[in-house]
Write a protein that binds this ligand. Structure first.
Ligand code: ADP
Length: 266
């Protein structure tokens, strides 16, 4: 699955990335079994990650509407201890948030060392919805690519590991999912008229995403394009990337407190 993670300087045409891709190593059943294994590994790794307190892990989830951000949060993160993990959704900025620079609300939500933070939407909205819906002039949003890279570099240099996932669905899949939300009363709450307006801007969003993926993939904060039409494969890709990243860190339990070796509990 390594090929799904981009490299700095890459060019991206989303049409070349198949949202139906499910790799060649798994079918749905074997993927579900593998996901169980990954959950167990994630739980064990999270414990030493927390105990060592050396790094923070920031997971950024971006997608078109109905792209599966909420599903990814609940399925993939099932393996994590909630005590060491926080999910932050980013909605339309409040008046207070708008009176600050766009990274103000983001920086406040960055996880502390030992913690895992998941962003459901993120600072990338400020170069996506803001661009497509013309909420700010190009001069403003375009400068943000560099500002975002500097911000993420600062985090990375301060031991924040950054993983960014673009959940890539097809237009047809989005249609199906939005229709299900419209037809199923238990899913109505997930859809608003503005989702349907966004839908008419599909190609503008795809173009905006391509530029984000190209301009904001760095060695310290790479994007992974997750084929997300099949939820089981989406979950597998995200979980596997998190586990691989945690494994690659030099994590150790801290040494025992001085004098601990002399203590006996009768
Ligand atoms: P979600 O779709 O993530 O489940 P909502 O339906 O509440 O949650 O949608 C959140 C909305 O907030 C989206 O339409 C998104 O584009 C918008 N949003 C997030 N960040 C910004 C931003 N910086 N500027 C303008 N709109 C934003």
């Amino acid at each position: 699955m390594e090929h799904l993670t981009l490299h700095e300087g890459c060019r991206v045409k989303l049409d070349d990335w198949d949202p139906d891709d499910t790799g060649k190593d798994f079918d749905k059943n074997s993927a579900l079994t593998e996901l169980d294994t990954l959950h167990q590994q994630m739980a064990d790794l999270q414990e030493v990650f927390y105990a060592s307190g050396k790094y923070a892990l920031l997971i950024v989830l971006q997608a078109m509407d109905a792209g599966g951000k909420d599903g990814t949060v609940s399925h993939v993160m099932r393996g994590l201890n909630p005590a060491g993990c926080a999910v932050t959704p980013f909605k339309v900025p409040s008046a207070e948030e708008l009176s600050h620079d766009f990274l103000w609300r983001i920086h406040k939500a960055v996880p502390a060392r030992g913690q895992i933070g998941i962003f459901n939407r993120s600072h990338y909205e400020d170069v996506l919805v803001v661009r497509v819906m013309q909420l700010a002039p190009e001069k403003i949003w375009r400068a943000r690519f560099e500002q975002i890279n500097s911000f993420e570099k600062n985090l990375a240099q301060n031991n924040v590991i950054i993983l960014k996932f673009f959940l890539h669905i097809s237009h047809t899949e989005q249609t199906e999912r939005l229709r299900a939300r419209l037809e199923d009363p238990t899913k109505n709450w997930k859809i608003t008229p503005s989702d349907l307006e966004m839908r008419t801007k599909w190609s503008d969003y795809q173009k905006a995403y391509e530029e984000v993926l190209e301009c904001c993939t760095t060695e310290y904060a790479p994007w992974t394009i997750v084929p997300a039409n099949k939820k089981w494969y989406r979950n597998l890709v995200v979980a596997a990337k998190i586990v691989k990243t945690l494994k690659s860190l030099d994590l150790h339990f801290p040494p025992p407190a001085p004098g601990l070796e002399k203590i006996r509990i009768e």
